[in-house]
Design a protein around this ligand. Sequence first.
Ligand code: PBG
Length: 325
Amino acid sequence: MLFPEYRGRRLRATDNFRRMIRETKLSRDDLILPLFAVEGNSVKKPISSMPGQFQLSCDHIVTTAKQAKEAGIPGIMLFGIPDKKDCLGTQAYAHDGIVQKAVAAVKEQVPDLTVITDVCLCEYTDHGHCGMVMDDGTIDNDSTLDLLAKTALSHVQAGADMVAPSDMMDGRVAEIRGTLDDEGFSHVPIMSYAVKYASAFYGPFREAAESAPQFGDRKTYQMDPANALEAIREATMDIEEGADIIMVKPALPYLDIIYRVREEIDLPVAAYNVSGEYAIVKAAEMMGWVDGKAMIMEALLSIKRAGADIIMTYAAIDVARELNN
Ligand code: PBG
């Protein structure tokens, strides 16, 4: 169809026409809110590079979880910031660890909110890497797997509804699946950060979670941003190992990857609108340069249009409230 027979503007002319033919709709059902748990009481410490986000003690985690529930979000994702770190990341799998306590508190007080936990060691290791560090500074894959499985198990024993391994060690989904099954948790799903790139967009998160690597970088385990076919291999491998949901991370600079994974994979696809994506919008908004609210809506809609079923975003509560209006 060519102009003048076809006039695209006809169906853009009114809000009602636009509503009728809208192809993609963002819903509060799509959203998951990540939260950072710290030890203590009544702690609500602002994260400077993520305006509106805080390190929260368990009481505030519960308050925020209630707000998330009231806004209609189906789930939250918990990260922990322990008081003490060591080379084995012991606090990651401690039964009285910070995430374990936060999960228990939320499940007790907001039982029908789904609690997902991030399973990784980088917040808990003194070197800040996601795996065990050898004497020569390399990251050891296989000796990390057992610790990740122990971490996931301890989260589930504390009440977590789903675990989300984000470490990028090879074989960790199978190890976690096996451990959960052996311990009577075959019903608990795994959302794998299967396609996770070594990204500069994680910068603010590392301030928030106090998890920056103390030497080197994460390029020997996180993916090279140049690679797309590898995303399909990573996703396929994690599915074979027992993943229930495949995550792509970051989201906005990787919309093509979300699209490809959606085309090739028949599991639900999640996308993580990461800390740097959030910080960019907030910073420009604070400068008065952009309409931050509208930008976030457009960004999340784009992530959904690219093929994501689930979106992890720090703006989840604000967006859900906006969608409710
Ligand atoms: C832990 C982890 C990271 C993020 C989620 N889980 C940081 C990293 O891998 O360096 C980043 C989330 C964000 O930037 O919002 N491995």
